[in-house]
Design a protein around this ligand. Structure first.
Ligand SMILES: Cc1ncc(COP(=O)(O)O)c(C=O)c1O
Length: 482
C-alpha cells in the first residue's frame, strides 16, 4: 500500500543507542520501504529539511541518506528538488537484476514496546553457569527435590481426573492467602491472588493494565532495573527517587504519579527497610485514587536479626496496592512461579488481561505447589534455609572485613539474599566487576543500578547461593584482584 507523505516519518524508527549510526539506520529503513513497494516509483519524498524536522535529526543526516540511496539507484535526486523514488519495489525490483543485487533487508521493525525493552541493560547478560557471588539467587542445592518430585508426580497423576479448571488454581490461591496473611501481614482473599510465571510477569501485567503512554511512574534510584524496564516499555515516564536511611524519598513538588514502584521490606539493592512514616506518606499519596503502589516483596521471607516488618499492603485501607511475590528466591530460580495480589477493584479485570497476555502458570505445577505448602514442606524448607543463609550472610560480612577491609565496607542488612559492599575509595565499581568476572567471581556494580547519575559505588554480592567455603574462596580471589 502506498504510504501518505505524513506517514513516512512514522514508519521510521531511529535508535540513538544503536551501534549502527543514524545515517545507516535511515538509509536502510528507506531502502526497505522502497524495496517492499511502500514507496512506489515516481513518488516524491519529503524535503531533507522536512523529514529531518519530523524525525528530530539533523538535516545532514537525511541528506547523506538520500545521497547514498541516489548512488544506489533507488532515488533520483537533483539539486533544489525533492528526491523521487527511481525504482519499483517488490517483485519488480527483484527482477531488475542490477537493483535487486543491491537490496539488503533492513533491520526488522520493532514496536516501541520491544525497542524499549531491547535498549535496557536487563536482564543482565550473565554467563549461563552460576558463579560465586552472583546476587539474586538462593541455593538450589538446598531445595528438597525429592519431596518436590513427589508433589509433582501426584499432581501429574491426578491431572487425568482434574477438570479443565480456572487458570489460577483455587487450592494454591487459598494456601497463599493463608501464608501471606500469617507471615507477611497481607490482607487479601484468595480471589485477589493471581498465579504467574514470575514476579517480572506480574510487573508486565500491571504495566499493561494501568499505564497509559506518558504517565509518570516513580521508582527507587538505585533500584530494580526489571521494574523500570517494564514500565518504560509501556510508555511511562520513569522518574527515579533517591534513598535515605528511611528508604525511598519523594521529590517535593512533583504531582502524584500514576504508579509508584517500591521494595519497602528490603530495598533492592541497598537492603534498607522503609520506615513506617515513609510508608504512611506514600499510602497517603495514593489515597485520592489516582496513584497505584506496587510493592515488590521479592525476598521478604528472609529476615535474620529481628522479626520481619509486615508488608505495606496490609496497611492499605483504600485498595491501591499491588503486592508482588516470587518463588524464584525461596524455592529455586528456575521454578518460574510468582504471584500478584491485586486490589479488590481489579478482580476480574486483571484476570482478563492475564488470559490475553497468556501469563498463566502450568496447572499441575500450581497444584503441586499447593500440596507442598499445605503439607508444611514449604515452611520447613524456609525455616531451614533461613538458618543457612543467616550463617552465610555473617560469614560474608566477616570475610569482607578480614580479606577486603581496606577496600570495601559491607552494609549488613537484616535480611535478604545479597548485600552491598561500598567502595571505600574511588568510583570504579564497573571496572572492578569486569576484573572480578575474569577471575571467576560475579558481582554487580551498584552504579549500574542507578537510573540517573550514579550516587552509589560498590558491589552487590550474593551470599545465599554459596557455601561458606565457596564464599571464602571468592573473597580470596577478590582480594588478589584489588
Ligand atoms: C527486586 C526484584 N524483583 C523481582 C525480581 C524478579 O523475580 P522473578 O525471577 O520471579 O521474575 C527480582 C529478581 O532478581 C528482583 O531482584
Amino acid at each position: 500500500m502506498p504510504v501518505p507523505d505524513s506517514m513516512i516519518s512514522a514508519l521510521i524508527d531511529l535508535n540513538r543507542a544503536d551501534d549502527e549510526g543514524l545515517v545507516a539506520q535511515l538509509t536502510s529503513q528507506l531502502r526497505s520501504l522502497i524495496a517492499t513497494g511502500r514507496l512506489v516509483k515516481g513518488r516524491t519524498l519529503p524535503s531533507s529539511r522536512g523529514l529531518a524536522s519530523d524525525l528530530g535529526v539533523s538535516r545532514n543526516t537525511v541528506s547523506y541518506a538520500f545521497e547514498q540511496l541516489a548512488a544506489e539507484g533507488y532515488l533520483e535526486a537533483s539539486h533544489g528538488r525533492r528526491p523521487m523514488v527511481a525504482v519499483d519495489g517488490g517483485e519488480r525490483v527483484t527482477e531488475a537484476g542490477a537493483v535487486a543485487s543491491r537490496i539488503r533487508p533492513g533491520k526488522p521493525r520493532l514496536s516501541p514496546w520491544a525497542s524499549s525493552l531491547t535498549q535496557t541493560d536487563w536482564p543482565m547478560s550473565y554467563q549461563a553457569r552460576l558463579r560465586p557471588l552472583r546476587p539474586g539467587h538462593g541455593d538450589f542445592r538446598e531445595f528438597p527435590n525429592e519431596v518436590w518430585a513427589r508433589c509433582l508426580r501426584r499432581s501429574a497423576v491426578r491431572a487425568a481426573r482434574r477438570e479443565l479448571g480456572p487458570v489460577n488454581r483455587p487450592r494454591l490461591r487459598e494456601a497463599l492467602a493463608h501464608y501471606l496473611a500469617t507471615s507477611r501481614g497481607v490482607r487479601a482473599t484468595a480471589d485477589q491472588i493471581l498465579i504467574l510465571p514470575s514476579a517480572q510477569a506480574a510487573l508486565t501485567l500491571i504495566a499493561a493494565a494501568v499505564i497509559t503512554p506518558g504517565d509518570d511512574v516513580w521508582v527507587e534510584d538505585p533500584g530494580y532495573p526489571g521494574a523500570a524496564a517494564a514500565f518504560r516499555a509501556s510508555g511511562a515516564r520513569v522518574i527515579g527517587m533517591s534513598l535515605d536511611e528511611q528508604g525511598m524519598q519523594r521529590i517535593r513538588g512533583l504531582a502524584a504519579p500514576t504508579l509508584i514502584f517500591m521494595t519497602p521490606s528490603h530495598q533492592h539493592p541497598t537492603g534498607r527497610l522503609m520506615s513506617l512514616s515513609r510508608r504512611t506518606e506514600f499510602l497517603g499519596l495514593s489515597r485520592p485514587g489516582k496513584t497505584w503502589i506496587v510493592e515488590d516483596d521479592y525476598d521478604g521471607e528472609f529476615h535474620y536479626d529481628s522479626r520481619p516488618v509486615p508488608a505495606l499492603q496490609g496497611l492499605d485501607a483504600h485498595g491501591r496496592v499491588f503486592y508482588v511475590g516470587t518463588f524464584s528466591k525461596v524455592m529455586t530460580s528456575d521454578i518460574r512461579l510468582g504471584y500478584l495480589v491485586i486490589p479488590r477493584a481489579m478482580v476480574g479485570t486483571l484476570e482478563i488481561v492475564q488470559r490475553h497476555i497468556g501469563l498463566i502458570a502450568a496447572s499441575h505445577i500450581q497444584e503441586a505447589l499447593a500440596e507442598f505448602i499445605a503439607d508444611g514442606h514449604f515452611l520447613a524448607h524456609l525455616r531451614r534455609v533461613r538458618r543457612i543463609y543467616h550463617a552465610r550472610r555473617d560469614h560474608l560480612v566477616e570475610g569482607l572485613e578480614r580479606h577486603l577491609g581496606d577496600v570495601l565496607s559491607a552494609e549488613v542488612s537484616p535480611g535478604g539474599i545479597q548485600l552491598v559492599a561500598r567502595l571505600k575509595r574511588g568510583r570504579a565499581d564497573q571496572v572492578a566487576v569486569k576484573r572480578l568476572v575474569e577471575a571467576g567471581v560475579e558481582t554487580r556494580a551498584l552504579s549500574g543500578l542507578a537510573l540517573g547519575r550514579p550516587r552509589d559505588h560498590g558491589l552487590l554480592l550474593g551470599f545465599a547461593a554459596w557455601r561458606e567455603s565457596e564464599i571464602t574462596a571468592a573473597l580470596r580471589t577478590m582480594a588478589s584482584c584489588f
